[in-house]
Design a binder for this molecule. Structure first.
Ligand SMILES: *Cc1c(COP(=O)(O)O)cnc(C)c1O
Length: 422
């Protein structure tokens, strides 16, 4: 390993607890000191090309001057103020812009501070809307195998049972049905049978539209979403599209549901919302759902309110990010990335051990038969000057939409070389 001038890494290493890491064997992380565009600068002077945009967040590249200017100005004026009883322009403007961006009657924006909480709020809206209308007993949310919606207990219960550790936490987790996505004849038949028997207990259906991200970057056809919409309409269920990963151009359109031409009743957004600048999430609901919370009684109000909801710095970053979608050619860049990923990852198909190579929008995936040691593979990639995190059986690229063609070529070449050497 590299030696460090700074003592903070080794000293702090005795005190931090890393995500998803076995701390007994986890290697010391790389010390990151600066970011710019698609590059991460390390304390030892090395510079890595970032292939995953910090967990799919920094869609405009790191340190975009327009976002920096907006957040800096907001920091001077008012870093934060509570959202209960006080309104501020960054949030009210952002809500207006998001509602304009969303088709149909998706007009009501609830702010929170993480994707998991945005999904919890979506579930709460779906269930409480029914309770407010006097419909009891419809409290279940139908979710799908391979899905990921967050790490809180509420969202774990609608993740894939393995991903959400349903057996480890049995008894503690709410029980929601998790079944196969209706994508082929047998799963469609099972889906329809399930609804016939159990729709009476359901409040909602939740899905990551087009791509199950954390579940292994598994794609499904737009027809699946059309089928879910038809079923939700038939049984009177709330359809939730969790676009926390797919939103903001990642699949080639601003939102993934545009590929299918169907609308959900609730959308959740986070990750790229602030261009990776700060934590912020939204749950956007239709006017119809919102109306179910209106009455003469405080008892039907939506009972949720994170302390840092609608944080002005995050909202300023998100407004600046939306400016960039208008002033810079993000969707064109996503299309160019898509074409380059298809071209440059295709040769991986010929390598031994490769099971699949797939591309959708600015997402490129090389799936192997198996990955024995993801940490070792990650370090081999670092040696080639790239930051890519293999997980499960895949190596994937979800770069900033602003990445330069030569930087993307460094990433695809590194992936080809490590897979060829494996
Ligand atoms: C990341 C993610 C979440 C959870 O967001 P957090 O901010 O990590 O809580 C939920 N749903 C999807 C689809 C995600 O990709």
């Amino acid at each position: 390993m590299t030696s460090f001038e700074q003592g903070w890494l080794e000293e702090g290493w005795r005190h931090v607890w890393l995500p998803y890491a076995q701390m007994q064997t986890a290697p010391l992380p790389l010390a990151a000191v600066r970011t710019a565009g698609s590059k991460i600068h390390l304390a030892d002077g090395r510079v890595l090309v970032d292939g995953i945009a910090s967990w799919w967040t920094s869609c405009h590249g790191y340190n975009h001057p327009h976002i920096i200017a907006a957040v800096t100005a907001q920091l001077q004026d008012m870093p934060h103020v509570m959202f209960g009883g006080l309104g501020h322009e960054p949030a009210y403007r952002l809500a207006t812009r998001l509602a304009k961006l969303m088709p149909g009657t998706l007009n009501r924006v609830f702010f929170s501070d993480s994707g998991s909480v945005a999904v919890e709020v979506a579930m709460k809206i779906a269930v409480q809307a029914r309770l407010n209308r006097g419909e009891r007993g419809r409290t279940k949310v139908l979710a799908f195998l391979g899905g990921y919606h967050g790490d809180t207990f509420g969202t774990m219960a609608i993740c894939d049972p393995e991903e959400g550790m349903h057996s480890l936490f049995a008894g503690l987790l709410q029980e929601h049905p998790v079944i196969a996505l209706p994508r082929d004849a047998p799963s469609i038949a099972a889906f329809e049978l399930f609804l016939e028997e159990h729709a009476g207990n359901l409040a909602a259906i939740i899905v990551e539209p087009l791509v199950q991200g954390a579940g292994g970057m598994v794609f499904h056809a737009p027809e699946v979403l059309q089928r879910l919409r038809a079923a939700a309409d038939h049984y009177g269920l709330t359809l939730i599209f969790d676009e926390i990963f797919t939103g903001f151009g990642r699949t080639g359109t601003m939102f993934a549901f545009e590929h299918a031409g169907v609308l959900p009743d609730i959308v959740t957004l986070s990750k790229a919302l602030t261009g990776g600048t700060s934590p912020l999430a939204v749950t956007i609901a239709t006017d119809e759902l919102f109306a179910a919370f209106l009455s003469d009684s405080a008892g039907t109000a939506l009972q949720h309110g994170p302390t840092f909801m609608a944080n002005p710095l995050g909202c300023a970053a998100a407004n600046a990010g939306l400016d960039l979608f208008e002033t810079e050619p993000r969707l064109g860049q996503a299309a160019a990335i898509s074409a380059q990923l298809s071209r440059e990852l295709a040769p991986c198909r010929e390598l031994p051990g490769v099971r699949d190579v797939r591309v959708l929008g600015a997402i490129g995936v090389v799936q192997l038969a198996r990955i024995e040691n993801p940490a070792a593979l990650r370090m081999a990639l670092v040696e080639k000057g790239v930051w890519v995190r293999p997980f499960r059986d895949i190596l994937y690229l979800t770069p900033a939409l602003t990445i330069a063609a030569d930087e993307l070529a460094v990433l695809t070449r590194a992936i080809f070389e490590v897979v060829a050497a494996a």
